[in-house]
Design a protein around this ligand. Structure first.
Ligand code: NCD
Ligand code: ZN
Length: 349
């Protein structure tokens, strides 16, 4: 039987949510990931070190018994974020700050309206060594949703990376050839995460034959030429591109809704989905770098020392999962068959 053993992976972008939801989301990720960058878009958002550390403790309390899973915490930048907040965050052990343009996505209304006003904060992050994680989409009404990433690059990202050449910037969940090219051509302080859905799907998978709310996420799926550019990039083994699932759970009734929420809950099948992609690309030998090496290297953290093993064996992603309070959620790829299955995790190397 075909097996694949790689260094234990990390997830460099996901959403755990809070409270009861943690009993579902934390074990789903801790089943095979050693660390994860935890997004701060709670209600209210995580805006300072004290909130981040409280949230970290709640996540740690939801880990399965014996798990050494490590949440890496982030702050949600607002126009009220101060240089002192950055100094305090660094001291407390916060890893990064997240820039959401206001209204860009779920729970981002409190986010930043004038990016330039945050330059003193970016300056401090550059000094302190906190990473800047960016949801790279403009939110102006007159900009077409499929163009919002490209316009963000042209109007904001080029300026930020030029003004702070040694600030580590992660362009999160990129979706376009433009973003891939921008990152590839930038200096070594700029990298990107890529989700399973943006590698596996394009906008036909969202819209052809009926609207498919469980494939709706932000940034929205793009045309197949962009999907191909992302696939070619990960197949090339470029070290600037690494795994970030953007696993983003929402209740089933909030996705299957006249105004459905954005986000794919992929934690239950994430590493298997990526294995599927890399196999389709004939690049299974590049999975380990993408999933387990390049992210840690970029963040300046040690690579994991344990390994995980996947086995070539068909299994079906469950149709739904039900939380303790009865809330149903539909995982990404629900009911579909995957060819790679997690066999064992956290093996001593
Ligand atoms: C995320 C969420 O639900 O919090 N949704 C999504 O579609 N990706 C927010 C985000 O990462 O943009
Ligand atoms: Zn996200």
């Amino acid at each position: 039987m075909q097996t694949l053993t790689i260094t234990t992976p990390d997830d460099w972008h996901l959403h755990f949510r809070d409270n009861e939801m943690l009993a579902e989301t934390v074990p789903a990720t801790a089943r095979c990931f050693q660390r994860a960058i935890v997004m701060p878009n709670l209600v209210p958002p995580v805006v300072n070190a004290a909130m981040a550390m409280d949230y970290k403790a709640r996540i740690e309390a939801a880990r399965p018994v014996g798990s050494s899973f490590e949440p890496l915490m982030t702050l949600f930048l607002t126009n009220e974020t101060s240089v002192q907040d950055i100094v305090d965050a660094k001291k407390a052990g916060v890893t990064a700050c997240k820039l959401y343009p206001a209204g860009a996505t779920t729970n981002s209304d409190a986010a930043v309206k004038g990016i330039k006003a945050l330059y003193p904060v970016f300056e401090s992050m550059q000094e302190q060594g906190l990473l800047l994680l960016i949801h790279g989409e403009v939110t102006e009404n007159h900009i077409d949703i499929f163009d919002r990433e490209k316009v963000f690059i042209d109007t904001h990202l080029t300026q930020i990376t030029a003004a702070f050449p040694e600030l580590k910037v992660v362009f999160e969940h990129i979706t376009t050839a433009d973003a891939a090219e921008f990152v590839a051509q930038s200096n070594e302080f700029v990298a990107a995460t890529i989700t399973p859905q943006h590698l596996l799907l394009n906008r036909n998978d969202l819209l052809v034959g009926g609207v498919r709310p469980h494939n709706y996420c932000l940034p929205v799926l793009k045309r197949n030429t962009h999907q191909k550019a992302l696939r070619d990039m990960v197949a090339s083994g470029n070290k600037k591109f690494f795994l970030g699932t953007d696993s983003a759970p929402h209740a089933k009734h909030k996705k299957e809704n006249a105004c459905g929420c954005a986000g794919c809950y992929s934690a239950w099948s994430a590493i298997e989905l990526y294995a599927e992609v890399f196999e389709q690309l004939g690049a299974l030998d590049k999975l380990e770098g993408f999933a387990s090496h390049y992210g840690a290297d970029f963040y300046g953290l040690p690579r994991n020392t344990t390994t995980m093993t996947l086995v070539k064996e068909n299994w079906d992603v469950p149709e739904q999962v039900t939380l303790a309070d009865g809330t149903d959620m539909v995982p990404f790829y629900a009911g579909q068959t995957l060819q790679w299955k997690l066999k064992s995790a956290f093996q001593s190397a």
